[in-house]
Design a protein around this ligand. Structure first.
Ligand SMILES: NC(=O)c1ccc[n+]([C@@H]2O[C@H](COP(=O)([O-])OP(=O)(O)OC[C@H]3O[C@@H](n4cnc5c(N)ncnc54)[C@H](O)[C@@H]3O)[C@@H](O)[C@H]2O)c1
Ligand SMILES: [Zn+2]
Length: 368
């Protein structure tokens, strides 16, 4: 097992002087949750589980809590983005009230980003805040959503419109849980892994090139390192820009302005998020090349790695209407005064937020 500490200062006047926490990565970690929770002062655990893992991974968590003498209750949330809703949140609140959940209770979010965001937000808001443990079971959640404290739900008007920053008490990423993840979900998560290499760590990018086959074959050592390094890179960004105020956290949005436009244009659920991110990164790299920031070699090198991971680098024909995509991007909250801004690389391992990009340049890369 490896641990990564996320250093976060507490508010000096708040009840909790240090909000730092550990991310534990490795094999066989679900069974350690009971002792971990007991040592953190928990007397009861409410396990909020994605239905797809309720009988398997979440049941292991419940068993571990019980073996450690901790009372455990299990709540199941239907799989899928539709559970990040006001209705599902209300049902969790009602269950928490029925169970008389209090400060000695620990909420455990066992599932992917959907359950992490939903249960995290329920914990952030119930009784003005309960400790939550993130126990991610998808690659996306282990390398991204479980780390950093963004929680929330969707509204019909848009994704993630209601939420809160609520840092977990701890993150336990057991890579064994990924063995049941469908291939398409696993590969989709690899897009975010590649993203970390491009935006922050050229050496990690090269390591991914060397170990692509082992990662695709889900060899534990390779998957473990990919998860761990990605988590450490995300943790470093979160430490330096917890609430996305200095601009540093914006680097994590590399490829995402394009991706969100593709997801909206296609209708949610057609492209998986990571697939849209892969196409988005491929477009962003081309835009960076057009702006004279990087060479065509780097564009090709990123394409090659994404393709080795069986990720798309070009949008399907039906998603090449540049006017429409630019119009959607204009509504993206990351645009400033109607100007298009993008996170673009200047070399492998470094990106900047670039303003004032000409719409014609964007149009060209969208049509290519
Ligand atoms: N909070 C953040 O910082 C942040 C960052 C990125 C994404 N997100 C959010 O995360 C969500 C996407 O996360 P996701 O990709 O994990 O999606 P998800 O939670 O919907 O999980 C994907 C699918 O895998 C299933 N599943 C989960 N674990 C499994 C396992 N071990 N074995 C078999 N099936 C399993 C789920 O039932 C679901 O069908 C989105 O809502 C997105 O907005 C949040
Ligand atoms: Zn993403």
């Amino acid at each position: 097992m490896n641990t990564i500490r996320v250093h976060l200062p507490g508010s000096p006047t708040g009840p909790d002087p240090d909000r730092s926490y550990l991310i534990r990565c490795g094999s066989g970690l679900l069974d350690s949750l009971g002792p971990l929770l007991r040592d953190s002062g928990g007397r009861r655990g409410v396990v909020v589980a994605d239905a797809a893992v309720a009988e398997t991974h979440a049941a292991r968590v419940v068993a571990s809590l019980q073996a450690a003498g901790i009372e455990a209750v299990s709540l199941t949330v239907p799989s899928g983005e539709a559970s990040k809703s006001v209705g599902a949140l209300g049902r969790l609140w009602a269950e928490f009230a029925r169970l008389a959940v209090d400060r000695h209770t620990r909420v455990m979010a066992v599932g992917g980003g959907v359950v992490g965001d939903l249960a995290g937000f329920a914990a952030a808001t119930f009784s003005r805040g309960l400790p939550v443990w993130q126990v991610p079971t998808t690659l996306v959640a282990q390398v991204d959503s479980a780390i950093g404290g963004k929680t929330g739900i969707n509204l019909p008007a848009g994704k993630n419109l209601v939420g809160a920053f609520w840092q977990p008490a701890g993150v336990v990423s057991d890579i064994d849980t990924l063995s049941t993840l469908p291939d398409r979900e696993f590969v989709s998560g690899l897009a975010e892994v590649v993203k970390y290499g491009v935006i922050l760590d050229a050496e990690f990018f090269a390591w991914l090139e060397d170990h692509a086959a082992a990662i695709l074959a889900r060899e534990p050592a390779a998957v473990g390192h990919a998860v761990e390094r990605s988590a450490a890179l995300k943790a470093r960004v979160v430490e330096q820009d917890e609430r996305e105020t200095t601009g540093l956290r914006a680097a994590l949005n590399y490829g995402h302005t394009f991706a969100h436009a593709y997801e909206t244009a296609a209708g949610y659920g057609v492209l998986l998020h990571g697939e849209a991110v892969a196409i988005g990164m491929a477009r962003a790299a081309r835009l960076a090349e057009r702006c004279g920031r990087i060479s065509c070699d780097l564009v090709a090198r990123q394409d090659r790695l994404l393709e080795r991971f069986r990720l798309p680098v070009a949008a399907p024909e039906s998603l090449r209407d540049a006017e429409r995509l630019i119009e959607i991007m204009g509504r993206d909250k990351k645009t400033l005064d109607g100007q298009l801004r993008f996170v673009l690389p200047s070399k492998l391992g470094h990106v900047d937020l670039v303003d004032g990009i000409r719409p014609e340049a964007v149009k060209d890369v969208l049509q290519g």
